[in-house]
Design a binder for this molecule. Structure first.
Ligand SMILES: Nc1ncnc2c1ncn2[C@@H]1O[C@H](COP(=O)(O)OP(=O)(O)OP(=O)(O)O)[C@@H](O)[C@H]1O
Length: 226
């Protein structure tokens, strides 16, 4: 089997304690091979967001381990997690998370500014990823002047700008109509194939599971292959 770019072992997360404790993840084991598009399905509250947040180091586990590209995320200090989120790893959320005052191109350029990329190189990279998501003609529009699908394309372009190895997407089509949602999933499929990404996408939209290489299902904090 190809290298497991994402390796999750006995991952646990409980919110609260005592009688009101919620066991969001009850010992998850999961390997995702490099270049795979994995869909994580499950009802609302099954633990999808919690799993993605732990894989991406946005939240701390109560037990178990996560390795990303050979590095142990669960053992990292905050400064190392920050570094990880600026390089190896990219996130896309349901709510797009764009900065309203900035144009599409400026939003895409944000992570490259944080990397202190030289302005000329940055312009080139922004143009390239905007072209990749089909938004060259909209580069000077602000998020409020774009459709939901276009805003998610900008968010994807921004995620890809620093050339990450892993893309984590939490309900990326959750705010979109089904046709636009399908287009975004096809785009993610294309980006995985063409940019050599490994992606983990949480969704409970059954129509979107068809483009994944593999689908796993979370039920009450436990994982099953489907
Ligand atoms: N910060 C928190 N404090 C307490 N409980 C939480 C917290 N975050 C999540 N939970 C609980 O943990 C469980 C898993 O939540 P999670 O958000 O991971 O599910 P999900 O599958 O992503 O749901 P959705 O599809 O609705 O986004 C739920 O029962 C939720 O109520």
């Amino acid at each position: 089997m190809a290298e497991a770019l994402i390796a999750v072992h006995d991952l646990r997360r409980t919110y609260g304690r005592g009688r009101t404790a919620v066991h969001a993840l009850r010992g998850i084991d999961l390997d995702v091979a490099a270049g795979q598009l994995l869909a994580v399905r499950g009802r609302s509250g099954s633990g999808k967001t919690t799993l993605l947040n732990l894989v991406g180091g946005l939240d701390r586990a109560d037990g178990g381990r996560v390795h990303l590209a050979g590095q142990e995320v669960t053992a990292m200090r905050e400064s190392e997690l920050l570094e990880l989120r600026r390089g190896t790893l990219a996130y896309v959320f349901q709510s797009f998370g764009l900065i309203p005052m900035l144009t599409a191109a400026e939003n895409v350029g944000v992570p490259l500014r944080l990397q202190r990329m030289d302005p000329g190189e940055r312009e080139e990279r922004v143009a390239a990823v905007l072209a990749l998501v089909g938004l060259t003609a909209h580069r000077n529009q602000r998020p409020g002047e774009l459709s939901g699908g276009q805003q998610q394309r900008v968010a994807l372009a921004r995620a890809l700008a620093p050339e990450p190895r892993v893309l984590l997407a939490d309900e990326p089509t959750g705010q979109l109509d089904s046709q636009t949602g399908r287009e975004i999933m096809y785009l993610i499929r294309q980006l995985v194939d063409e940019e050599g990404l490994t992606a983990m996408v949480a969704t409970h939209d059954p129509a979107l599971l068809g483009v994944a290489d593999r689908v796993v299902e979370l039920t009450d904090g436990r994982l099953d292959e489907t």
